[in-house]
Design a protein around this ligand. Structure first.
Ligand code: SAT
Ligand code: MN
Length: 594
């Protein structure tokens, strides 16, 4: 077997060496590449991909590339994602479950010889700041060079991750595109195997296997597979939280800074909020992360968060200098664009803020027909976080940042007001558990359909969602109520009778953040309603906006009674795993709505 460096020189970690050797025997690659994580290394891999016609260098964005996927490999595949706990009950009613030994048997046959003719890459990666006791190390073995160059941007990978690991246990993740190459067989530009796709997680053993897809969260195993599904199971055992949340720092005109974490389902504006340019004079935001937060109670009893990732894998369409100028500046260089459209030396997408250029290649790799979307709605940019002009240096703090407020939001064209503050921690957990949102292109399937997405974790919780609710309730008991962040439900997506959005969103969301910030300093009033606290009109700065308070905050009791009925039915799915504290919250809500 041909190695780029001898295994024994690369690591002395016995369990890691053994796993690599076993995987080589099982997958039968043609070559092995042990990643060191240097820029030279990824530049070389990228150059080979350019040579093979997989990546197109972008003359107008230094160090950047465009590529497009197979049309059947464009998003997360929830129907092929499994939680393989010993007991079905431990995966719960919201996850697909397979018995572990049955799944292992299936995986064994899938992975046998699956890397023939390909290079097996070993990627050590650290989730979280280097040197942080809260960080965790994973090792991904993959036959996809695309995964290597993305993981280089999304995580702290290579030698630095091995140094962090020392001789400790790691989270193994085995990934293959699932297309072995016979001797002399020409490779496809985006090899994948949609018919045999499977993303399997073993939360007890803490391992990940992904077969048949090369796209996003299916293949970059540090992200949803490790940092959410496996990490949520670890967090439950170890008393912390692994959440689908952005983290942002907000500084008021007096120079006081507070941190906010916010959970939204995929493609509901997390990256935009994470990089918000506040429309209010004197307010400043800084970005710690746009997708995932690992949170724990610190020594002082407050909740602290780290961002386990080192890069953004953001939705391109709709990103413009108007909606997210900081993201636009972040992706001026050293970025990978997947499934956007390609113009002369640059990329283009719907909502980028300019007319489509004359000659445009669509995400399918063919000349654009001028009618169908030029960029796939789930097309993405991959870019290191440090390139963000408002990257918060505190994102590197090994202890994390103290969280003053937690937001839960979804796409709801009615029912949910602009913002509601929870009456207590447990009521806040109830708001998180009650989250519903209209579906987006981030996952395969119908778009715009309302579905329950508790804590925006529906596709990402690695164990029984009912137990997950209970874990959140439990965290609230580990410190005093005054130290816990206040919890909010937000909705930027309410529409009027004509179907037009009522709230301008984007930078104007700072008006809502301002009220939340001032609540955290006990400086803003709140009005109690049956569903929670809302800002009284005078406490929410709406100056200069073409919007009226009532349309943003009206509570339609009939709609709410339907919502309550629907929640009651939904929560029944969790049976005895549904915490009694939340049953009580449901009952209180019913009483208050009478
Ligand atoms: O899971 S992905 O990383 O592909 C994107 C998402 O759904 O948030
Ligand atoms: Mn996400």
């Amino acid at each position: 077997m041909q190695f780029n460096v001898p295994l024994s020189e690369w690591t002395t970690h016995a369990a890691l060496s053994k796993w690599i050797e076993e995987t080589i025997l099982q997958c039968q690659p043609a070559r092995v590449h042990l990643c060191v994580g240097s820029n030279e290394e990824v530049d070389q891999i990228a150059a080979q991909m350019v040579e093979a016609g997989i990546l197109v260098p972008l003359a107008k964005r230094p160090g950047s590339y465009w590529c497009h996927s197979h049309p059947d490999d464009v998003a997360r595949v929830e129907e092929s994602t499994f939680i393989c706990s010993e007991k079905k009950e431990d995966a719960g009613p919201t996850n697909n479950w397979k018995e572990p030994s049955e799944m292992k048997q299936h995986l064994k046959s899938l992975f046998a010889g699956c890397m023939q003719g390909r290079t097996l890459y070993v990627i050590p990666y650290c989730m979280g700041p280097l040197g942080s006791p809260l960080s965790r190390v994973g090792i991904e073995i993959t036959d996809s060079p695309y995964v290597v160059i993305n993981m280089h941007k999304m995580t702290r990978m290579g030698r630095q991750a091995l140094d962090q690991l020392k001789n400790d246990p790691f989270i193994p993740g085995l990934h293959s595109v699932g297309v072995p190459l016979k001797e002399g067989q020409q490779d496809e530009p985006w090899p994948c195997n949609p018919k045999q796709r499977v993303i399997a997680h073993f939360p007890e053993e803490k391992s990940i296997f992904s077969f048949g897809s090369g796209y996003g969260g299916n293949a970059l195993l540090g992200k949803k597979c490790f940092a959410l599904r496996i990490a949520s199971a670890m967090a439950r055992e170890q008393g912390w939280l692994a959440e689908h949340m952005l983290i942002l720092g907000l500084t008021n005109p007096e120079g006081v800074k507070k941190y906010i974490a916010a959970a939204f389902p995929s493609a509901c504006g997390k990256t935009n909020l994470a990089m918000i340019m506040p429309s209010l004079p004197g307010w400043k935001a800084e970005c710690v992360g746009d997708d995932i937060a690992w949170m724990h109670i610190g020594k002082d009893g407050r909740l602290y968060a780290i961002n386990p990732e080192a890069g953004f894998f953001g939705v391109a369409p709709g990103t413009s200098m108007k909606t997210n100028p900081m993201a636009m500046r972040t992706i001026e260089k050293n970025s990978i664009f997947t499934n956007t459209a390609l113009s002369d030396g640059d990329v283009w997408w719907e909502g980028i803020g300019s007319e489509p250029p004359e000659a445009l290649t669509s995400w399918l790799g063919t000349p654009w027909d001028g009618k169908s979307p030029a960029a796939h709605p789930n097309s993405r940019f991959t870019v290191p976080m440090t390139q963000c002009p408002i990257y918060d240096p505190a994102a590197e703090d090994p202890e994390g940042v103290p969280i003053s407020a937690i937001l839960f939001g979804g796409r709801r064209h009615n029912v949910m007001p602009l913002v509601t503050e929870a009456l207590s921690w447990n009521h806040g957990v109830f708001l998180g558990a009650s989250l519903s949102s209209e579906t987006t292109a981030a996952a395969k399937g119908e778009i715009g359909k309302l579905r329950h997405d508790p804590f925006a974790m529906l596709p990402f919780c690695g164990y029984n969602m009912g137990d997950y609710f209970a874990h959140w309730i439990d965290i609230g008991k580990h410190t005093s109520a005054s130290k816990l962040p206040r919890i909010y439900s937000v909705n930027w997506y309410r529409k009027d009778a004509e179907g037009k959005y009522i709230w301008p969103g984007f930078g104007e969301n700072a008006r809502v953040l301002k009220w939340i910030f001032e609540r955290a300093s006990d400086k803003a009033p709140a009005t109690t309603t049956p569903i929670g606290q809302i800002p009284p009109q005078e406490a929410l700065d709406l100056s200069g906006l073409q919007t009226d308070y009532d349309s943003l905050f009206s509570i339609d009791k009939d709609n709410w009674k339907k919502e309550l009925q629907d929640l009651k039915e939904y929560f029944q799915r969790f049976g005895t795993h549904f915490p009694k504290e939340l049953a009580r919250e449901l009952h209180h809500l019913e009483e208050r709505l009478k």
